[in-house]
Ligand binder design. Structure first.
Ligand SMILES: Nc1ncnc2c1ncn2[C@@H]1O[C@H](COP(=O)(O)OP(=O)(O)OP(=O)(O)O)[C@@H](O)[C@H]1O
Length: 562
């Protein structure tokens, strides 16, 4: 049975409950209630203290039950108030600490959930996504979700405090409290009137934030190309535009926020004036009722103001949670079949593509239509063809990264479907045209994905990849490669990447135009390395280089729409 979908607020509260755990929330709620109670009791103490100051009998009929307390020495009463204030300060500290910790937990939980969902999604879905959007979600938006946890607790604290303050006021004088509630209605009406204005500002802010984030990440990722290609000026212009839009959106948001804040203070002052007028001119309330109720109302104003601010921030930050949940939902709907417990099929005979059709979303013509190919295990096959003919797509299918829309990819007769396709990837290694190297040592980079390989295995792999230059480095395997391997030449980076691939001892090694950055001497060395793999590993080379084609046992020439 599918019920009504939960409202965004309920969904947000559920996320907070799941991240924090019910036990922790109950503990925090207890702290908040006790802390607010101490405040209520402290304010209630004003009744006997005012009675003592105003003189005997000033408590009147309403405060008659506090007569015994009023008989206590004034010093004792004041000491009790001070003790309550200290106790409340300690409780407030605990509540604040719990609030911050809940915020941090929420950010962490949402970050991990989002990242896991993205990582588990199908490659074809991932290709359609914007990386900068994902960065924005994982960084800024996840932080805002953390704020949501703090705001939820702050709102709860405000509501509990307001309830206890109102209850205390009722104990002192219910008539005055009714008048106070009527004036509070004025405040609430004002807040509701401002709500839609605030929501529009929130949406605009979120959109502007995403756009600016995209500009920042895209700009930094592609700075090299922009600098060389003379596109810096347009990059700067786009960034400036996004920054201006962000400034305006933030300005509008802050203005709305401040306006609500100021309006609230004005309405609160008017309400307070009305309260004093009605109390003195119509209800003829005694001082012992009026002073505590006024003190309670004066305390209620900042409580209501923070409540309003927290509600406004809650609305603002909830849009971040909506965004993250949408992303998680979409990624989960596009999840890859799980491979845990599935044995990767070994390639001993042949890798076969049978009747393959592959069509990308939004493209009229398929890249492959009924395509057939057999690759004998241990052979070197070169896939050649013009740009856009489908070389990378073919490699993606053979490596198990994507599955065709029709037809089968078979490893020794086993169709690569579902979890088997994912498991097969553990037997495949891939060297990209522009290899990925991160800012760590050579050893760190080689051990990427294989953290337990010893130094001997690393040197063996470097030897196989013709990367003997590492031995000549003063720090050897401990040499840092710099961000994206910038401390090495293009050819050296590719040989390091080849060594990393060989360390995996793959059944299938895919090399994507890897010799394009090598000089003839290095190319010959790498070609020799690849030739040495014949028989022990199936090698798929993407590219047109004649040197590579000569090495291959078989050259597959692709034409667009094969
Ligand atoms: N994720 C994708 N979404 C939509 N179309 C895609 C996607 N990936 C590739 N294509 C399209 O599929 C066709 C084959 O692309 P592919 O990258 O496999 O070709 P290629 O031969 O490797 O090209 P190149 O030599 O230029 O790298 C191209 O027309 C390309 O535009």
């Amino acid at each position: 049975m599918s019920g009504k979908p939960a409202s965004p607020t309920v969904r947000a509260l559920r996320v907070i409950r799941d991240a924090a755990g019910v036990g922790r929330l109950v503990w925090i709620a207890a702290l908040m209630i006790v802390s607010s109670l101490t405040e209520g009791i402290g304010l209630l103490m004003l009744v006997p203290i005012t009675g003592l100051i105003a003189g005997k009998g000033a408590l009147g009929a309403a405060g008659a039950w506090l007569e015994p307390v009023a008989a206590w020495p004034v010093g004792l009463l004041l000491a009790m108030v001070v003790a309550l204030v200290i106790m409340r300060a300690a409780l407030v500290y605990l509540v604040l600490d719990a609030r911050y910790r809940l915020g941090l937990t929420l950010t962490k939980v949402m970050r991990i959930q989002t990242q896991n969902a993205i990582l588990a999604a199908e490659w074809r879905w991932l290709c359609r996504q914007s990386s900068s959007d994902h960065v924005g979600h994982l960084m800024g938006e996840a932080d805002r979700v953390g704020q949501l946890g703090e705001e939820a607790l702050s709102i709860a604290t405000g509501l509990i405090t307001a309830t206890i303050l109102l209850f205390t006021a009722t104990v002192v004088s219910w008539k005055l409290t009714v008048v106070a509630l009527a004036t509070a209605g004025l405040v609430a009406t004002c807040m509701i009137a401002m709500r839609s204005r605030r929501e529009v500002a929130v949406v605009r802010y979120s959109d502007a934030y995403q756009a600016l984030n995209a500009q920042v990440t895209n700009g930094l990722f592609h700075l090299r190309a922009a600098r060389i290609g003379g596109a810096e000026a347009s990059l700067v212009e786009q960034f400036n535009h996004a920054a201006r839009v962000m400034e305006l959106a933030e300005q509008q948001y802050n203005r709305t926020h401040s306006l609500v804040h100021v309006m609230l203070q004005v309405v609160a002052a008017v309400s307070l004036g009305m309260l004093v007028y009605v109390a003195t001119m119509h209800l003829h309330s005694p001082l012992t009722a009026l002073v505590p109720v006024l003190a309670i109302m004066a305390r209620l104003v900042p409580v209501a103001t923070s409540l309003q601010q927290d509600l406004s921030r809650w609305g603002h930050d909830r849009s971040a949670l909506d965004g993250l949940q949408d992303l998680i939902g979409e990624a989960t709907r596009n999840v890859e079949a799980r491979s845990a417990g599935t044995d990767a099929p070994a390639l001993r005979e042949a890798l076969v593509l049978r009747g393959i059709t592959l069509r990308y979303e939004g493209r009229e013509t398929p890249v492959f239509d009924g395509f057939e190919l057999t690759i004998a295990a241990g052979s070197v096959v070169c896939i050649s063809g013009p740009s856009g003919s489908g070389k990378s797509s073919l490699a993606d299918m053979l490596s198990g990264l994507i599955s065709p829309d029709a037809g089968e990819v078979l490893v020794d007769g086993q169709p690569l479907a579902g979890a088997l396709r994912v498991a097969w990837r553990s037997r495949v290694a891939y060297v990209e045209q522009i290899p990925y190297l991160f800012d760590g040592t050579i050893a760190d980079n080689l051990r990427w994905g294989l953290p337990h390989e010893d130094d001997e295995a690393l040197w063996d792999a470097l030897g196989l990849a013709s990367a003997s230059f590492v031995a000549a480095l003063p720090e050897g395997l401990a040499t840092r490669v710099g961000e994206q391997g910038r401390q090495f030449s293009g050819g050296e980076r590719q040989r390091l990447a080849l060594a990393r691939a060989l360390l995996r001892k793959p059944d299938l090694l895919i090399l994507d135009e890897i010799t394009s950055a090598l000089d003839s001497g290095n190319e010959a060395a790498v070609i020799e390395s690849i030739a040495a793999l014949k028989g022990s590993c199936t090698v798929l080379i993407l590219g047109h280089r004649s040197t590579l084609q000569r090495l291959a046992d078989h050259v597959v020439e692709l034409a667009p729409g094969d």
